[in-house]
Design a protein around this ligand. Structure first.
Ligand SMILES: NC(=O)c1ccc[n+]([C@@H]2O[C@H](COP(=O)([O-])OP(=O)(O)OC[C@H]3O[C@@H](n4cnc5c(N)ncnc54)[C@H](OP(=O)(O)O)[C@@H]3O)[C@@H](O)[C@H]2O)c1
Length: 355
């Protein structure tokens, strides 16, 4: 078992990580680290904000990310892996400090995304970007923006089958995507999400980019996107129009979406869904499809034990607007697949390369 710390003690993604690591077969959660608000507190006293009870973890008091002796303390606890769920402004220095101290860092924060020496990885899509890193370096890897996931899976399926010449996407992002302050109504819901569309389009180009001498060359994609917040609890939906490089039929498009499979390197990992994407004939609905696992649509889930639930993207309302234009809607669980589940899947893959 690999000793692990979660950076972000009482935050939404931090708590999703605690759920996912509570009974994990490869990682042993041994500590939480947080801000001055939570440092020194007993983890059981922190406000729990997710569905169900907090997992029973028996952890020491929350460590202070500012403590100069943090790395020494982590080493004393036998911790070699950190899961980062702190704001980008904090992650920027903190993650680098941990990596310099020999701790492997897998991050949900955006601070180090799209750096040439920090792979940006969706484990079941571009594991080769991770594998290209020198095996003797201390691992530092980032998971992507949550909004990318429901766009990326259908994009790849269609691109591989027909070529995608351009896409135009509009997102409808749940309140949980902005953390507990918005989920709990402590800050007002503002529909506009500045910078989100640019970030998502850039990450799609990066994740689908080719390696050249070990460095990612971002793909060139003609794209337009608008991101907006909606008054839903969980789940990000994207409404996308894809222009294809060659004409096709609805039946062939459905076949390509159905045939999309996970990369072999990620298949069988504990958090890998049965299939990365599920197509349905009707419309995607958060209430019914949020916890898709690639095989079924569970509605009553214990995320502390079921690591596959919420890890599959669901695609519906597939239509041909013309022989080279497909419209569809796709849903992804933003705090599971788009955050904690995605980064744990990334760490599971990384642990096969950095044992
Ligand atoms: N929500 C999503 O769907 C989602 C998806 C992908 C990526 N992310 C990324 O995940 C990260 C966490 O987001 P969230 O949604 O969990 O937000 P959140 O609910 O607001 O939680 C924020 C977390 O950051 C920690 N934090 C804040 N200031 C800190 C400081 N000065 N020093 C140390 N820790 C500090 C807090 O620690 P304490 O608990 O100790 O106060 C808390 O755990 C962000 O980088 C976000 O962009 C979120």
């Amino acid at each position: 078992m690999r000793g692990a710390v979660v950076l972000g003690a009482s935050g939404l993604v931090g708590q999703r990580l605690q759920q996912r690591l509570a009974n994990h077969p490869m990682f042993d959660l041994r500590a939480l680290a947080g801000s001055s608000r939570t440092a020194g507190s007993s983890p059981e006293t922190l406000l729990w904000g997710l569905e169900g009870e907090a997992p029973s973890l028996h952890l020491p008091p929350v460590l202070d990310v500012q403590d100069p002796a943090l790395i020494e303390t982590l080493r004393d606890l036998g911790i070699t892996w950190a899961f980062s769920a702190v704001p980008a402004s904090v992650a920027f220095e903190l993650e680098s400090r941990l990596v310099d101290g020999g701790i492997r860092v897998c991050s949900n924060a955006s601070a180090h995304r799209r750096r040439t020496d920090v792979p940006l990885v969706v484990a079941d899509v571009n594991p080769q970007h991770l594998a290209a890193r020198p095996p003797n370096e201390v691992l530092h890897a980032c998971a992507t923006n949550c909004t990318l996931i429901p766009l990326l899976m259908p994009y790849l399926a269609l691109h591989r089958a027909f070529g995608v010449s351009s896409y135009h996407a509009i997102s409808e992002q749940a309140r949980s995507g902005a953390g507990y302050p918005l989920l709990r109504g402590e800050v007002p819901l503002v529909p506009d999400i500045p910078g989100e569309a640019e970030k998502t389009m850039a990450e799609l180009a990066w994740v689908t980019g080719q390696l050249n001498a070990g460095v990612v060359e971002p793909a060139t994609v003609d794209a337009r996107m608008r991101c907006q917040r909606v008054d839903e609890t969980e789940g990000h939906v994207v409404d996308v129009v894809f222009d294809l490089a060659q004409p096709t039929t609805l039946r062939e498009v459905e076949g390509a979406l159905d045939a999309f499979t996970t990369h072999a390197d990620a298949a069988g990992l504990p958090s890998a869904p049965h299939a990365p994407m599920m197509r349905i004939d009707g419309s995607v609905e958060r209430r019914l499809h949020l916890w898709a696992d690639g095989l079924s649509f569970p509605t009553s889930v214990d995320p502390s034990t079921d690591l596959q639930a919420g890890m599959a993207v669901v695609v519906g309302d597939v239509q041909m607007e013309r022989p080279t234009r497909v419209r569809l809607r796709a849903l992804s669980h933003n705090t599971v697949r788009g955050a904690a589940g995605g980064v744990v899947l990334l760490a599971e893959l990384a642990s096969t390369l950095w044992p």
